[in-house]
Design a protein around this ligand. Sequence first.
Ligand code: DC
Length: 221
Amino acid sequence: MIAVAIDGPAGAGKSTIAKKASEELGFIYVDTGALYRAVALACIDGNISIDDTPAVEKLLPGLDIRIIFFNGEQHILLNDNDVSERIREENVSMAASRVSAIPSVRGYLLDLQRDFAKRDNVIMDGRDIGTVVLPNAQVKIFLTASPEVRARRRVLQLEEKGMEADFDKILFDIVQRDYNDTNRKTAPLKPAENAVTVDTTVLTLDEVIEKIVSIIKEQTA
Ligand code: DC
């Protein structure tokens, strides 16, 4: 089995790039952020404060979080409901970043993530895939870009969907999430020792995909 780990900060384009690269290579793409988002959504729906760690921990055993692939797309099921759309809402992003700092939440999701890599060739994206989840991954990539460029891309994405976007607020949230994800005690965001860092600030999407696919091919040849 081949495992490719793509880690990096929020909005660096990991999911778009990992999805395209996995289509090209015939690998399964696993977006691990969706799992943290599902836990966050369960807290929001259950009126549980994310600061209340014991309450969040009490919720975990009752959760049924599954990833299924439907027409080649990843869908996330929370207690049998398809929450793939709801987990993308902005309040869920910040809640996911906060809930992901709780060590028992990370432990709860660990085996779920590792199981994917046992069954298929995978490209998995997240924050700690190369460092913690799949430390033996054959390829490790750290994808990054400046906060301003990441915020600008997010604005464009929202505008394309006909949604309103406030650049300053989005930039503020990105910087805040970077801080949370990098400074937490358990499995903080950082490049794995042997990761290749790809800075996409001045690259187009096609250039990044080409680069990533060629790194993967080179390192798994
Ligand atoms: O990739 P994303 O933006 O959908 O992830 C949402 C949050 O989940 C992110 O702010 C940090 C957390 N996360 C994590 O801690 N570890 C992962 N492997 C993936 C996501």
